[in-house]
Design a protein around this ligand. Sequence first.
Ligand code: AMP
Ligand code: ZN
Length: 138
Amino acid sequence: MSSDDCIFCKIVTGQIPATKIYEDEVILAFLDIGPVSDGHTLVVSRKHFERLHDCPEQFLGQISSSLGKIAKAVASAMDSDGYNVLCNNGKAAGQLVDHLHFHIIPRNTGDGLFDRWPAYKYEQGKIDEIAAKIRENL
Ligand code: AMP
Ligand code: ZN
């Protein structure tokens, strides 16, 4: 998807309305129109990058430094017990909008969101094999 067809670019430029809560020269934060809990917020880069690893380190650092402050405000305003920060990358991971964004999702004890975490155990030796492969790619 090019930035011309991108819904979040259109929000950044004001072509599409959004319920904004914070903006600065690098990011824009607004409420998700399809929330999974009250206060579900999206923090988007002003510049169009598709995925996390497409974003230059300098911007990523600036985005990260604002995430905590926005998450704190969202959680306090919603009086939530906790929150998730989620960044979907790629269709397989559930990314619907191909413009880098972070979900801040207020959580309350027993709310049942993301209850199924399909954890399993590695077979003997596999954990070291996988770690080596990842190191080779860094
Ligand atoms: P993702 O699956 O990580 O790409 O999430 C995209 C999110 O964008 C979804 O949670 C949508 O509800 C949200 N969304 C899509 N269009 C809009 C919009 N115009 N304003 C606010 N949120 C939006
Ligand atoms: Zn975009």
